[in-house]
Design a protein around this ligand. Structure first.
Ligand code: PGA
Length: 252
């Protein structure tokens, strides 16, 4: 059985005080949620304080990115060692906003993934097509390229430690969600790629999250798809009430 993950990606929102306040409120609400893993990804500036506030709770802490080197002359970057030091156990890698804003390539995603694994972190690797790619029928090819490029050189054991997030770029922050069936179709493609590349057992056990305008009112339909193992949520993860509703998504 794959344990679902509900992960909140705060992006460039929340001060330290706001992040700590959020955790103090959400931690008791998450305490009874034994059906899923709960993760939040604050901005770098709030990581240490938020993970301190989350100590002993069910809420795991993720960074939103990292550099592949442990240290070095990389102005503005933060390393795997530093995010672990700040209390992270997860790291988001290859989010479409990083790919778009900072020109991140699959090769860089791959280097980051390897460095994250070497540091004992659980990487959440994001993949997904743009609207133009979807409309030209290229979704399958884009997912294959990002999957194979991002995961190049990994062993089945490495792969078993990774979470994948399918995030169609056209659904992120737009209010346009993929239908549960559309999302499940892409998850199916990704699981097939995992089967071909890493084997049946790994394909069955890898958790694939959906991301892109997930909200309390559509999370139930998405989570009702057997292929969907959780959600990576931006906007709707910023308010305590809506994140609490996402954690307690309708279950049958
Ligand atoms: P959104 O963001 O929920 O605001 O669409 C999702 C994401 O980018 O992870």
């Amino acid at each position: 059985m794959r344990k679902p993950v509900i992960a909140g990606n705060w992006k460039m929102y929340k001060t330290i005080a706001e992040g700590v306040d959020f955790i103090q409120k959400i931690a008791p609400m998450a305490a009874s949620a034994s059906h899923c893993d709960v993760v939040v990804a604050p901005p770098f500036t709030a990581l240490a304080a938020v993970s301190q506030a989350a100590k002993g709770s069910k809420v795991g802490i993720s960074a939103q990115d990292m550099h592949w080197d442990k240290e070095g002359a990389h102005t503005g970057d933060v390393s795997s060692t530093m995010i672990v030091d700040a209390g992270c156990t997860y790291v988001i890698i290859g989010h479409s906003e990083r790919r778009h804003d900072h020109g991140e390539t699959d090769e860089q995603v791959n280097r980051k993934l390897k460095a994250a694994l070497a540091e004992g972190l659980t990487p959440i690797m994001c993949v997904g097509e743009t609207l133009a790619q979807r409309e030209s029928g290229g979704t399958g090819q884009v997912l294959k390229t990002q999957f194979e490029g991002g995961l190049a050189g990994l062993t089945p054991y490495d792969f078993s430690r990774i979470i994948i997030a399918y995030e169609p770029v056209w659904a992120i922050g737009t209010g346009r969600t993929a239908t549960p069936e559309m999302a499940a179709e892409s998850h199916h493609i990704l699981r097939d790629l995992a089967r071909q590349r890493f084997g049946e057992a790994e394909a069955r056990s890898v958790r694939i999250l959906y991301g892109g305008s997930v909200k309390p009112d559509n999370v139930g339909g998405l989570m009702g798809q057997p292929e969907i193992d959780g959600a990576l949520v931006g906007g709707a993860s910023l308010k305590v009430d809506s994140f609490a509703a996402l954690i307690n998504y309708p279950r049958t």
